[in-house]
Design a binder for this molecule. Sequence first.
Ligand code: GTP
Ligand code: MG
Length: 681
Amino acid sequence: MPITSYDDMKEKKGEILRSLINLAKVVDSLNDMGLAINGEALLDLKNKLDNDNFKVLVIGEFKNGKSTFINSLMGEKVLPAYSTPCTAVINEVIYGKEKRATLYFKNPLPKEMSSDIQPSAMRHIKNHENHEIPPIMVDVDDLVDYVAIPDPTKDQADSIKELPYSKVVLEYPIELCHDGIEIIDSPGLNESGTRTKVTEEYLNHADAIVFVFRCPKIAGASEMDYITDQIHARGHNDIFFVCNAINQVSEDEQDRLIKFGNKKLMPLTTLGEQGIFYVNALGALNAKKNKDNEALVHTGIPEFENALSDYLRNNKGKAKLLQIITPGKAFIENLRTQYIKSYIASLNQSVEELENRIRNAMPQLNSAKERKEIVAGKIDLAMQNLQNQIRVLMDAQFGAIIGKIPDFVDDMDLDNHMTANPFKQKSKREALEKEVIAKMEQFVQKEMGTWIKTDLQETLDVFIDKLENDLGTDIDVFYNKLDEFRCEVSGVKTLRNISGFERVSGTILGTIVGGPMYGALGASLGLGEMAKRSAVTLGASFTAGAVLAFTPLGAAAITTAATAAILGAGALQLVTGGSSLTKKYKNQLKNSFIDKLKESREEACKNYAANIANDVNEKFDLVNKALDNEIEMENSKIAALKNDRDKNSDKREKMLVLLQQCEHELDLIEGTLTNISNSIA
Ligand SMILES: Nc1nc2c(ncn2[C@@H]2O[C@H](COP(=O)(O)OP(=O)(O)OP(=O)(O)O)[C@@H](O)[C@H]2O)c(=O)[nH]1
Ligand SMILES: [Mg+2]
């Protein structure tokens, strides 16, 4: 049965929360007996359950009506929306009883800051100079002074970059958000990678992506690229498409547009036609404000709201609950097999016998420890190799792209041209510079993007498979030794038919802090698959930055170098006509761009490789942690058993009873969790 309502979801969350609390009590009782069980994972799960809102990220090109669309969902003009490029800062709209806006600052602050920053914000920054700037509350009615692009006549990229704010969290007493939905408004996407960086960080954490077009301009080439290169690459294949301002298309043309839109967009979302909406956001906002239900029905917004709500509850809500239930159950299983059962068995032995057993079994534990060191060493070495391999590969790719630039620039069609008219030369030249550089940057990004999805992904896949295989053998040996040790100490033989790797995963889920890195994704995909995915999506967002590391300061250098070269040649003085001048200038820009790329090549490849290797390492480091954890667990058991040495048989009896009670309690909690997961399956 699906999750029927947000209340139903809340109720299930409550039940899970109670289970976690009961589980924590069992851990406390066991720790009171002297076992050192790390309950941090439970706290982690509880925090996740408490704070896990549904995050709906709204993105799209400048001025498509994103802010207006969000306002229309909320039924109030909460976010500033104007006809000039507007939203400059991420806005997170969440539920709050009182209207409240909190402004967060970038860390570090931009080197050069806009001169249009609010004096109060500027004073706040000055007061905290050289430190991380704490957030401040701002008046909701003054929001526009902070979140909107200060001067729409200026270059938007620069304006956004020069702002000291990282985001605004807007609390608002809105029904929609009361259900745990958080809506994120983002600055419009634009052709230059640097402008969209702010938004991309949010892509990784979104539960639903709403991509806004503005009719009749649907699914332009750059938007399509963005969807495949950035959104799909992060594993979001179920995108909601909202084609806004449908009312601005004449009625007799709407059908044609809808057909066209569906055909273009359907292949881009697994939600199919159910994920594509044609709406009039402004109309819906007004209808809601005027409580005019009749008008609202025709805006397309109610259909969208229902679809989003269903999707969030049944798709994401289910996943979110399972992200808590699955690790919770793994935790229980771990407690039961690794602690309680073997502890009971040990208590049933005499003290001398037990000490004897531990002594005899020590070599097994020691060889497990040695094997663990081998695994750690192999991971270390593998990461160095991976880093080198990626660096070399990327360097070759970099070279290949540089080689392709001249042809690309020769074939480039331009909207801007040089002029021989001395009065217009400067402005024309600047427009041309912008266009040529932006196009070259896009070309490099696109080529790199393709490389990531093909060559880099394949290399990583092969590498990680091989590493998993190699480590798998050692991890099996590790667990065999550990099992021998446990069996020898407790006299209980636990037969297991699962591989060492699966047991590592169980341990990660069960007793060590899984964190955001190892949620349901890790549980269902396994460590290696997760490492493969995450490195490549990381790659997708990181290449632009790495390859074009020289922008934006470098962009100035490119144009300066090109201008100098062309002035040196006296070309601007020659009245040779616009087109030949354009060509000359274009070539100069190309040469400077290539020079810059060559300059940054080594550094960029080095950094990029290090980043990817680090990411993979983070995942494999969990193996290390898991094995460490297993060993620590045995050490704590030995210590606890030794402690019990002097206890009389009466006390032992009591402990046995307590342990059995714990076991019973675990059965009950597990039952509850299983029921919940069955009910949402
Ligand atoms: N007619 C009509 N106008 C709309 C609609 N949606 C938005 N607009 C107008 O379009 C302009 C831009 O809307 P915004 O909501 O600011 O667009 P945005 O995508 O948030 O813009 P940026 O933040 O600059 O990226 C505003 O003047 C809106 O009133 C619509 O459905 N119909
Ligand atoms: Mg906006």
